[in-house]
Structures are given as C-alpha cells and as structure tokens.
Write a protein that binds this ligand. Structure first.
Ligand SMILES: NC(=O)c1ccc[n+]([C@@H]2O[C@H](COP(=O)([O-])OP(=O)(O)OC[C@H]3O[C@@H](n4cnc5c(N)ncnc54)[C@H](OP(=O)(O)O)[C@@H]3O)[C@@H](O)[C@H]2O)c1
Length: 283
C-alpha cells in the first residue's frame, strides 16, 4: 500500500476504510473485519459514528499486528474545550481498546476548537496519539488554528469528490504541508455519481469501474481517501486501484465535473453551523 508521510514523519496508508453511517454494532464489526481481510489497514471512525467499540472488537479479533494498523478517530463538538476533550479521548480510547490512537481529529470547525486543540497537543506530546489533525476546516480557520497554536495539524479531512473538488483547499494545504484526506470520495452516491458517462468512458478504457476511477483520481492528486461500503465485494473493488493510472486527458475531463458545491452540506453555511454544532451523542 502506498503511504503518505505526515508532516511529523508518521506514515499513513493513502487508502483507508470509513465507517460512517454503520451504527449497528454487529454490522460495523462485520464490515471492519471484512475490510481488514480485504487488506485495508487504515480505519476511519469517530466518536460521533457511535461504533468505536465495534471497530475495536474487529481489530482485536483480526490478529493484525497493532503496528500494521492506522486507526483514526475524532472528537465530537459537544466535547470541545480542554478538559472535556481529554475526557472524551479516554472514552474513545477505551471503546477502541487501544493503547494509542494513530490519528485524532477535531471533527468540525465550530465551538471551542482552540481549547480542544490544546488538549490534542497534550495527547500528542504524551504519546497517546501519533498524529493530530482536523476535519472540514476551511482555509481561513485552518490558517488561524495553526497560526495561534504550537503544533500544526498533520492532516485536514475534507469532503472531496468529483462534484466538490476543493482545488483552493488543496493548494493551501499543499503549501503548508498539511495532508489532504477526502471524506465522501463518492459524494455518498449523490447526483447518480456512479453513472456519470465520462467516468464510465474512462473506466472502460482501463477495465475499471466508475468508483475505481474516482478513487484513482483522488490518489493521483495526492489525496488520501476513505471510502465506505458495507459490501465486501465493493471493499475489494475500492481497494483495487493501484494497477492503473489516469492520463492527463482523463484528469482534465474529471476536473470539468467540478461544481464547487457540496451535495451533502456546506460547513460554511450558518445553518450547518447551527445544526451540527448542536448535535449531542451523550448526556
Ligand atoms: N470528517 C467528516 O466530517 C466526515 C463526514 C462524512 C464522512 N466521513 C468519513 O468518510 C467516509 C466515506 O464517506 P461517506 O461514508 O460519507 O460516503 P462515500 O464513501 O462517498 O459513499 C458511500 C456510499 O457509496 C456506496 N459505495 C461504496 N463503494 C461503492 C462502489 N464501489 N460502487 C457503488 N457504490 C459504492 C456505499 O453503498 P454501500 O455501503 O451500500 O455499498 C454508500 O452508499 C465515512 O465513512 C467516514 O469515515 C467523514
């Protein structure tokens, strides 16, 4: 598996497996077990996905060596602020059944994420996490966060797919040495993304599916991607993207699909801030 070296020297597989919207714990455990069998070594969960214990159970049963795994989890907004963040991390670590987490992310750019970030810095310095980062931070918030704190995020996980290609965020993060990771690499299937004619045509040239073309396009841009599926055959399909390359004409044709807009939600929309900022997962 191709690796991305984060700005603190830690290596991370470029392709991982995401477990959002698999909240049934038995199903989540089965999915992670299947993904590990297929060969995925990066698992992306979050406190807010309510399935960290299932991820932990699958890891324990898999027999895969801990040092061969890269486990990401995320701090939810309701636990932002210094002390609540430290407490929430211990809950996540316990649910995952891990001594350390590979990558710990501040999940959304709302509420007291400065206090949360200082807690993540402490966890990093103590060795409880190997790397720290953020998700869904747009450029201005990302800039201010690293300008006003000691440790720069290693990574920003942002929605990136053929509809929302994130070229400005890409340029800014590349300039500042922050790794780019695509959430919703398939736009959650929106706008019939798996049946876009140009993606089908490109796929036909290489004997690949539209899903494989979309993942390959992200990887060739230097993005890590964490596709989600509950089906083992699709896990295999999504994993099998390292034996072909898109050419410049393919990359340009895909670039033309950009709408600059999310089909899911826009974090900069005040209504998103109000709604997401008020979601709670525990008392
Ligand atoms: N940081 C954040 O705020 C944030 C937000 C959202 C997501 N994420 C992370 O990113 C991961 C991926 O994003 P996502 O789950 O939102 O959406 P996604 O990966 O873009 O799309 C998942 C959808 O695509 C389908 N699918 C997967 N592989 C396919 C294939 N080869 N052919 C046809 N359909 C396929 C899945 O269906 P089936 O499952 O039925 O196969 C599911 O409906 C999440 O699981 C999570 O780890 C992070």
């Amino acid at each position: 598996m191709k690796q991305i070296t984060l700005n603190n020297g830690v290596n991370m597989p470029i392709l991982g497996f995401g477990v959002y919207q698999i909240s049934d714990l038995d199903e989540a455990e089965r999915c992670v077990s299947d993904a590990l069998e297929v060969g995925y070594r990066l698992i992306d969960t979050a406190a807010g996905y309510c399935n960290e214990e299932a991820v932990g159970a699958a890891i324990t049963k898999s027999g895969v060596k801990r040092e061969d795994l890269f486990v990401t989890t995320k701090l939810w907004v309701e636990d932002y602020g210094y002390e609540p963040a430290l407490k929430a991390f211990e809950v996540s670590r316990k649910k995952l059944g891990l001594d350390y987490v590979d990558l710990y992310l501040v999940h959304k750019p709302y509420s007291d994420y400065y206090g949360a970030w200082r807690a993540l810095e402490k966890l990093y310095k103590e060795g409880a996490v190997r790397a720290i980062g953020v998700t869904s931070f747009w450029n201005e918030r990302l800039a201010d966060l690293f300008n006003c704190n000691e440790i720069k995020p290693t990574l920003n996980q942002i929605e990136t797919n053929v509809w929302r290609q994130q070229w400005e965020a890409d340029a800014f993060m590349t300039k500042h040495g922050i790794a780019r990771q695509a959430w919703a690499p398939f736009a959650e299937g929106n706008n019939d993304v798996f049946n876009v004619p140009v993606l089908k045509e490109i796929g036909a040239k290489y004997g690949k599916s539209t899903g494989q073309v979309m993942l390959r396009w992200l990887i060739q841009r230097g993005f890590s991607a964490i596709p989600k599926t509950v089906r083992k055959a699709r896990m295999e399909e999504n994993f099998n993207v390292f034996d072909f390359s898109l050419d410049d004409a393919d990359m340009a044709a895909i670039k033309a699909l950009d709408t600059g807009k999310s089909t899911i939600y826009d974090e900069m929309d005040p209504e998103s801030a109000l709604y997401i900022g008020s979601v709670k997962y525990h008392d």
